[in-house]
Each structure stands twice: as C-alpha cells, then as structure tokens.
Design a protein around this ligand. Structure first.
Ligand SMILES: *Cc1c(COP(=O)(O)O)cnc(C)c1O
Length: 389
C-alpha cells in the first residue's frame, strides 16, 4: 500500500488537519465586521513573525507577486539597484527590478555559497555619490539550500541610504528574522513555505522610512499600491476581494505558531537541518551548502554523479510516494532537495532517510542500510534528553 504522499518540497508543504478544517468554513462579507477582526488578527500575527512594528499588507498572490510589489512601490525607473544573487530566486529578484526599469548591478555568488557581507560592504563604500537606491537579497535561497546572513549584510550597508529589500519567502519562520532590529526596510514572504497553509497569500512588510520613499516613487502599479492597501487596512478591509479561505487557514496557523512559540519553531527547524544533514552524510553523500550557509528549511544533497538526482527523485516517488525536489537550471540532475519547513515531524524525516537508504542501495550505491537512520535516531535521543532535562 502506498498511502498518502510525503510532501517534502520547499513549498508547498504538508498541512495540519486543523488548518484544512479551518479553511472549509463558509464565506463572510469581506466588507463586514467579522472580516475586520480576522484581518486585524492575522496582520498583527504576521507583524510578530517578522518582528516588526512597521507596516504589513497581505495580498492574494504567490511570493513572486509581493517581490514585484516591493519593486514597484519602492524603486523608481532608472534607479541603480544592487542585486545580490545566490541562485534562482536572487536572479528572479534582479529580473523583476530590471523589468520595472531599475539599473541593476548584480553581485552573483557561486551557487551553494552564501553572499559575503564584506563584498557588499566594499561595493557600498565605493558608492560615495549614493547612487544605489536599493539592495535586493534573498534571505533563504531555496534553489541551493543556502541561507544568507541578513544581519551582517544590513550592517555592511552602514548608514548608506539605500533601501534593504529582502526576499524571505522561504526564510521567515524557519530562521531568525528580526526585521526592525536588523534594519531591513522591506521584506516579502508567502504562505506556502513555513506557514503550514496553501499557496496564495503574499506578506509584504515595510517600515516608515520605506513608506516615505514610496511617496516619491512613480513606477507603474495599481493592484500592488501600498498606499491604497494602507488606506483600506485602516478601515479593516483590503482593496480587492481577499482570499477569505486562506485567511481562515492563516488565522489557525498563526494561533498554532503562537502556541508553539516562534523561538521553538526556529529551534525545531535548525534541528531538522542538523538531523537531515548528519543522516545524509552518514550515507556518504555530499551536501551543497556548508557550515553557516546551510538552510534550516531545505537541504540540497549532491547525488552520486553515476546515478544522478532525477533517478533518485523518481524512485522515491514511485516506490514510497515521497515527493522531493530536484535541482533547478545548472543544478538539474546534480542535486535533490529535501524540504523540511512548516508542518514536518521528526518521524517524517526518519522515514525519508530510511527510504533514501533503500533507494540508494537498489540503485547500486555503496550504502550501509540503517547508517543514516541511526545517526538521526541518536540526534533525536540527545535532543529529547535536553528537552526532558
Ligand atoms: C518560493 C519562493 C519564492 C516565491 O515563489 P512563488 O512561486 O511565487 O510563490 C520566492 N523566493 C524564494 C526564496 C522562494 O523560496
């Protein structure tokens, strides 16, 4: 029997039953008092996850939509934009800025590595005329499984007036993200990554400094205009019809997250990272991201070259109904990615490792059955000892 699938993509992620049930409720008037309350509750919840006292708008959109909103609202055509790219999503942010008329200068980091804040510091120091108006960077680069050190990049900007605009679609709620403390001006995130709800909501956060700059920005926008969004938010509404069902899910998710506690959620993701990485390494496989650069939401594993990543993903799906992600672009067939963000349990990860051992063994890899699982079990035992004191 094959049963339900194990969805271990870096989004969309599995959903808890209580969130699925919450989303099945009837519609309400989105201009009425019940929706006001719902909107205020979830907006406050997202603000607390971003750790900001600033502005938050929730859009019916995928993550890319709010990245576009970040560009259209805060960057003028002709503005010089420094885009730090560590992979597919960093490139995407640069492309969006270029599509809206930005003069994009890209710092391209080799795939699998994190951006070096020193390089950013150097480039910023050279910009004595303050021509750079915005710095774009991904927090967690999902295509490579690399997390960038946003605190250090923010620090590298010093008192340069460029806006720091961060794509934290797959980073938020899986890694620490202290928007106000780090001095991030604009941040974009989405619902289908660490939030345990389906795709379809984008979360745009921006501080008052960004809002002031926004008033001078004349890039084209209508749907994404944050001034309109803020006007409606004051009335407890959204400019257009909101995705009410997803709001129900988000409300439930934020309540679950408040109950677990953000610090515990972030610790749990770091533990999943360590669990999967040590398990995979015990099988003799190599990891793409090293050390501090290793993501807490997705792990990129380098497939044995004689087999290739695609064969492994296909076999995992066919034999165990386990859905893993492949590599993108130049990493296609080179890596496979194990998502471990949102609603994931230790047992899921033990199951993945056990299945991976079987698949590698059958594909002719010299693995010792049980080696990865045992390392993971030891880690779980240690972790439980720590928790139970
Ligand atoms: C998933 C993701 C996005 C947004 O993707 P959508 O498909 O538009 O939701 C953007 N950036 C990163 C880093 C992501 O992981």
């Amino acid at each position: 029997m094959i049963g339900e699938q194990y969805l271990l993509l870096p989004g969309p992620t599995p959903l808890p039953e209580q969130i699925i049930r919450a989303m099945s409720r009837s519609m309400i008037n989105h201009r009425g008092p019940a929706f006001h309350e719902l909107l205020f509750e979830v907006t406050a919840g997202i603000r607390s996850i971003y750790k900001t006292q600033g502005n938050v708008l929730i859009y019916p959109s995928s993550g890319t939509g709010v990245m576009e909103a970040a560009v259209a609202n805060f960057i003028n055509p002709g503005d010089r934009v420094l885009a730090i790219s560590t992979g597919v999503f960093g490139d995407r942010f640069a492309s969006i800025a270029a599509a809206f008329g930005g003069q994009v200068e890209k710092i391209s980091v080799p795939w699998g590595q994190a951006a070096d804040p020193q390089v950013v510091r150097e480039r910023i120091r050279q910009d004595t005329d303050k021509n750079i108006k915005a710095v774009l960077v991904s927090h967690n680069e999902t295509s490579t499984g690399v997390v960038n050190n946003i605190a250090s990049i923010a620090e590298a900007l010093g008192d340069h007036p460029a806006l720091l605009i961060v794509d934290t679609v797959s980073g938020l709620a899986a890694h620490p993200f202290n928007m106000d403390e780090w001095r991030v001006d604009v941040a974009a995130s989405g619902s289908q990554k660490a939030f345990m709800i389906p795709p379809g909501l984008g979360f745009l956060a921006f501080n008052d400094r960004a809002l002031k700059i926004h008033k001078q920005i004349n890039n084209s926008r209508f749907y994404w205009d944050v001034s309109t969004g803020l006007d409606y938010l004051q009335k407890g509404q959204t400019p257009t019809t909101p995705a009410i069902s997803l709001f129900y899910g988000l409300q439930e998710a934020l309540r679950m997250m408040a109950e677990e506690g953000l610090d515990n959620i972030i610790k749990r993701h770091a533990f999943y990272r360590d669990l999967i990485r040590s398990g995979v390494e015990a099988l003799g496989l190599e990891l793409l991201a090293q050390g501090e650069a290793a993501s807490c939401s997705v792990t990129s594993v380098i497939a044995p070259p004689q087999i290739g990543a695609n064969k492994i993903c296909t076999a995992m799906l066919q034999q165990f109904n386990i859905v893993l992600a492949g590599g993108q672009q130049s990493l296609q067939d080179v890596i496979f990615r194990i998502g471990h963000l949102g609603y994931v349990r230790e047992l899921d990860l033990l199951a993945i490792l056990a299945a991976l051992e079987i698949i590698l063994y059958k594909l002719g890899c010299p693995v010792e059955l049980g080696a990865g699982v045992e390392v993971a079990q030891q880690r779980i035992l240690q972790n439980h000892d720590q928790i139970t004191g």
